[in-house]
Design a protein around this ligand. Structure first.
Ligand code: HEM
Length: 483
């Protein structure tokens, strides 16, 4: 057994910090070319061992939390943001139980109710903002009249309105409508997720004081809602009104295995965690979809045709989008999948190595040992660009996911083993995403509503902003015209 090769660096303590920080996926791809699938590099004195590739993903994501641990890395950084007793502030087995409570509210039955609420919110937003002049700038040229909007801002607005209306319930949605500071507090929490807070989460900086204040304000806001709902139905402690399908209602019905109900502060902090985990990941994906569609008008037209085929009515209007319809929108689904292949918002994940581990022979070139104290990393951004798996790997080609494949791609998506492990935008194992199905439904409805009404175009090439925790487009202005 051998130690993995070490990536060459000049400055001993700094190591590869600058190159990795600037563009992690490019750095890891370059190291993979030079050193193979398993290699060690240094960042600010910490040794990180990357195990990349399809089998590396499987090895890292499926390892037990006693060996590869997430709390050791993310706990101190996320606890002041998500709040105590949730996510990485508790041991993984405790968090997994709480994830199951959340997941039970993310059920197909609830999704059937959510679909209509999402569509209503999106239509209202389009009418108030895109079809009037509040959010957009108009440009008239030889190609007619186009308006411009920032895709990230547009999708972010639609995301917060639809997520709060469905997952958080009517009280939260109404308080946003009446101009409360909720969104501003979430923005403060977001802005405290930078590298400085990662390294020194408790340093007495103004941004950390703002973070702690906003966390406390959001937490009391949810606690008030929970109290009101309990008072409305003091005997059962159930929700008010009792037919609400949101996650607060669902969590109020859950109990630990010894029969005790979830504490109010846990429910409040779970709601904050959920919004934080789902927001930028979904918004980045939605903005990339709009940008790719604006760059590929023929696929945008095919998507429009799919809407007409599936929802078109004799009077020329469209029918509403139900949760069960979404799985039949094959091209739209392929557009989302292909966007997540090229632009996975969470490109890499890391865990602390709590005891020496041997990397199996088939993950790398030989059996390597990763010593205790290293951080182990794998990268979906790397495996989703693996040339042994994907043909024309940098081309955005949704057709590769459809059974009637376009001629210019040869990917064999029936090769389940490699593709299933290589394509992991929602992660795997004990930390796997619980919001994937919700995100696909939300994005499908938002995109359906937009594509039915508008054509899109762009006049620049967009790069990826790589230095943020969740990767997003660096410039996201798109032009749109009503169909
Ligand atoms: C975990 C991606 C949307 C909630 C994860 C992980 C990934 C991911 C890669 C695993 C992280 C790790 O292993 O360290 C995405 C993408 C999304 C998305 C690409 C959208 C396109 C959502 C939404 C929600 C959500 C909408 C909530 C409604 C969570 C939660 C976890 C998670 C609670 C668990 C974290 C853990 O157990 O450590 N997500 N996510 N995600 N995601 Fe998502």
């Amino acid at each position: 057994n051998f130690n993995p090769p070490t990536v060459f660096h000049i400055l001993p303590f700094v190591g590869s910090a600058w190159k990795f920080g600037k563009n992690p996926t490019a750095f890891l791809l370059d190291c993979q070319r030079k050193y193979g699938n398993v290699f060690t590099f240094v960042i600010l004195g910490q040794k990180l061992t990357a195990v990349v590739g399809a089998l590396g993903n499987k090895f890292v994501t499926e390892m037990d939390s006693v060996t590869f641990n997430a709390e050791d890395i993310y706990g101190a950084f996320t606890a002041p943001v998500f709040g105590r007793d949730v996510a990485f502030d508790v041991p993984n087995e405790v968090w997994r139980e709480k994830k199951r409570f959340l997941a039970s509210g993310l059920s197909p039955t609830n999704f059937r109710t959510f679909a209509k609420l999402i569509e209503d919110e999106v239509i209202e937003f389009i009418q108030e903002n895109l079809l009037s002049a509040t959010l957009v700038k108009k440009i008239d040229n030889s190609e007619g009249s186009w308006s411009s909007v920032d895709a990230y801002y547009l999708i972010s607005s639609l995301n917060i309105l639809t997520s709060t209306r469905t997952l958080h319930g009517p009280e939260v949605r109404e308080s946003i409508r009446s101009g409360s500071k909720i969104v501003a507090h979430y923005d403060v929490l977001d802005s405290s997720l930078g590298p400085m807070s990662f390294i020194f989460p408790r340093l007495p900086l103004p941004q950390h004081r703002r973070r702690d204040f906003s966390q406390q304000q959001l937490s009391s806001f949810y606690l008030d809602i929970i109290q009101c709902r309990k008072q409305a139905d003091p005997k059962s402690g159930l929700t008010m009104p009792s037919d609400e399908t949101d996650l607060i209602a669902s969590l109020l019905k859950q109990c630990y295995h010894d029969g005790t109900p979830l504490q109010d502060h846990v429910i409040a902090n779970l709601m904050i965690t959920l919004l934080m985990a789902g927001r930028h990941t979904s918004v980045a994906t939605g903005s990339w979809i709009l940008i790719y569609l604006a760059n590929n008008p023929s696929i945008a037209n095919d998507l429009y045709a799919e809407q007409i085929n599936y929802f078109g009515q004799p009077d020329g209007k469209f029918g509403s989008i139900s949760y069960d319809d979404i799985r039949n929108l094959h091209l739209l689904n392929a557009v989302i999948r292909e966007t997540l292949r090229l632009q996975p918002p969470i490109h890499s994940i890391s865990r602390m190595v709590r005891k020496d581990v041997t990397v199996p022979r088939d993950c790398g070139e030989r059996k390597f040992i990763i010593p205790q104290g290293h951080v182990v990393t794998t990268s979906f951004g790397v495996s989703q660009l693996d040339q042994t798996i994907w043909s024309q790997l940098t081309k955005w080609n949704p057709h590769r996911w459809l059974s009637n494949k376009a001629e210019d791609t040869t990917i064999d998506i029936t090769d389940k083993n490699n593709v299933a492990n290589a394509y992991l935008p929602s992660g795997g194992g004990g930390h796997r995403c619980i919001g994937e199905q919700y995100a696909i439904m939300q994005l499908s409805i938002i995109m359906s509503c937009l594509i039915r009404r508008f054509k899109f175009k762009v006049d620049y090439h967009t790069e990826r902003q790589t230095f943020t925790t969740v990767t997003r487009p660096s410039n996201s202005t798109v032009y749109f015209q009503q169909r």
